[in-house]
Structure formats: structure tokens, C-alpha cells
Design a protein around this ligand. Structure first.
Ligand SMILES: Cc1cc2nc3c(=O)[nH]c(=O)nc-3n(C[C@H](O)[C@H](O)[C@H](O)COP(=O)(O)O)c2cc1C
Length: 279
């Protein structure tokens, strides 16, 4: 890539930041950063400026009536109860004050050899489950809940090993989706810097489904899904803190392999967050 091309792409500031002073074509550092250089119009999202139009207001009205509810699959419960495994109630645990809870929310990379059962999952997912009246502990644009939680298993009593499960927040249950294609976590996630990774119990993924909220918010829906994922993963992290589970969020995961095993296309449904957990 030559100097003018960088200017054309409007990345002059980055050039200075990255210290590309001599040659833009040489060096592993330059090659690495070049992977991320995009034409400026790539970032042009077709977002609506506002949602004040009559049509938008009308869309609210129709959620309340029976016909309107059928407008989108977003309102279907979409939980499979037939083969679902129901979690026990979360254990009462008032171990920590709020401040202490935040302090104890630390990325942990050393996992102990502990026994995990459905109880641990229940405790962990109590931060995202549907409570009374289907209300949840995090907000969702339009109440459409476009983000689902999936997880890969390793030695959890009551669940099949190296399998893919989806958490069902309304029925507080988990359902097996498939077997993992590769029978080890290292094929999917980069855990070289974690200690005793064989003790990790689950690798979780949050997956946003565009069809659930784009019909209402256009491309802004993606921002909303990302925001919601952040709220969800934080609630999970605070549960982990409360119950003294170890958790580390991961940006280092293989998107292709993870998508393949999650059976998502990465476009209409895509991963927004990943984390490993254990005791
Ligand atoms: C989106 C995201 C991606 C991350 N990716 C990794 C990762 O791939 N490997 C890792 O060891 N830690 C990863 N982390 C953890 C961060 O390194 C950690 O949150 C940060 O150093 C602050 O430390 P703390 O979480 O203990 O407060 C990630 C965190 C986030 C939010």
C-alpha cells in the first residue's frame, strides 16, 4: 500500500499513530494494521436519523393487539420445552454488597478442578433470565430481545460433554442444539494464556439475530443488539462475581469455526460476545 492510498482512505492519523514513517509496505506491524484499513464509505451505515415518524409510532400500537403481535416472529416465545432441561432455582446468595461485587468482577484466567452441575448454570444465568411477567434484569430496544445465549460444555454434570446448548430465559431451561464439531475448546477459542484450561466448564457465546429487531430499527438495530449484549455479559459477570465463579471474556475466538458449530451464518445471526467460565 502506498502513501497516497493511505491518504485516500483517510487514515493519515492512524499512519502517524502507528508510526508508519518509512515504508508502508514492509514490516509485520504494517501488514497487521493494513488488514483493517477500509475505504471511508465502508463505515457509512444506513441508519435512520430518528424514530419520530407516524409509522414508527404506529408500530408501537400494533404490538398490543393480537394481529399486530403476529407481525413479527420476535414476539414468539420460541423456546422448545419438549426436550428442554429445566434448571433448579438459583441459590440465594447475598454474599457481597454492590461495591464489593464490582470489585470482585475481575477477568480470571486460572481455573480450578471443581464440579459443575445445572445449579451453577442456574446461578450464573440468573442475571439474564426472565423474571415475573417476563421482565428481565437488562433492557432491550422495543422489548424484542434479539440476543440469545449459547454455550459449549466441558464436564458439566447433567449435560452432554462437548455439546452446544442454548439457554431459554423464559422457561429457565437449556436445550441441546448439537454436538461440537471439534471435541476441544482450543479449536474455537484462544486460551493459550489461561491456566488449567481443561477445567473450563463452558464457553459461552452471545448471538444477535438481526431479523428480531431490524424490521423496527433498520441498521440501528445492530447498535442496539451490541448494547444489549454488553448489558447481558455484564449481568453474567456480576453473577460470576457473586457466586465466585471464574470468568474471562474473549475477543480471541475463531469466528468461522464458532459460527459453523453454532450453525449461524455470521450475517443474519452473528456473535457479539464470548467468554469462558469455570470454578
Ligand atoms: C471484548 C473483550 C475481549 C477480550 N478478549 C480477551 C482475550 O481474548 N483474552 C484474554 O485473556 N482476555 C480478554 N479480555 C479481558 C480483558 O483483557 C480484561 O477485561 C482487561 O484486561 C481488564 O481486566 P479486568 O477484566 O480484570 O478488569 C477481553 C475483554 C473484553 C471486554
Amino acid at each position: 500500500m502506498d502513501y497516497n492510498a493511505i491518504n485516500d482512505y483517510g487514515n493519515r492519523l492512524k499512519k502517524i499513530n502507528f508510526g508508519r514513517t518509512i515504508s508502508l509496505d514492509s514490516g509485520t506491524k504494517e501488514q497487521y494494521y493494513d488488514r483493517f484499513i477500509k475505504k471511508a464509505d465502508f463505515w457509512n451505515l444506513e441508519v435512520d436519523n430518528d424514530f419520530n415518524t407516524g409509522k414508527y409510532a404506529k408500530s408501537f400500537e400494533m404490538y398490543s393487539d393480537q394481529i399486530g403481535r403476529k407481525f413479527s416472529t420476535s414476539f414468539e416465545l420460541n423456546e422448545t420445552l419438549k426436550k428442554a432441561i429445566f434448571l433448579p432455582p438459583a441459590e440465594k446468595n447475598n454474599k457481597r454488597e454492590l461495591e464489593e461485587l464490582f470489585k470482585n468482577r475481575i477477568s480470571r484466567r486460572k481455573f480450578d478442578n471443581t464440579t459443575w452441575s445445572l445449579q451453577n448454570l442456574s446461578n450464573l444465568f440468573s442475571g439474564i433470565k426472565a423474571l415475573t411477567d417476563n421482565h428481565r434484569g437488562y433492557a432491550s430496544g422495543g422489548g424484542l430481545y434479539p440476543v440469545n445465549l449459547y454455550f459449549f460444555t466441558q464436564n458439566i454434570i447433567g449435560l452432554e460433554n462437548f455439546s452446544v446448548y442454548r439457554y431459554q430465559p423464559c422457561s429457565d431451561s437449556v436445550i441441546k442444539i448439537s454436538k461440537m464439531r471439534y471435541m476441544d475448546f482450543t479449536s474455537y477459542i484462544h486460551i493459550e494464556n489461561l491456566i488449567n484450561s481443561k477445567n473450563i466448564k463452558l464457553a459461552l457465546y452471545l448471538v444477535a439475530n438481526r431479523t428480531k429487531n431490524e424490521f423496527k430499527y433498520g441498521e440501528r438495530a445492530t447498535f442496539f443488539s451490541l448494547l444489549e449484549s454488553g448489558e447481558m455479559i455484564q449481568n453474567i459477570a456480576l453473577c460470576a462475581s457473586q457466586y465466585d465463579y471464574k470468568m474471562c471474556q474473549l475477543g480471541g475466538y475463531d469466528i468461522e469455526k464458532s459460527n459453523e458449530t453454532l450453525n449461524i451464518d455470521g450475517i443474519t445471526s452473528f456473535i457479539t460476545a464470548c467468554a469462558v467460565l469455570g470454578g
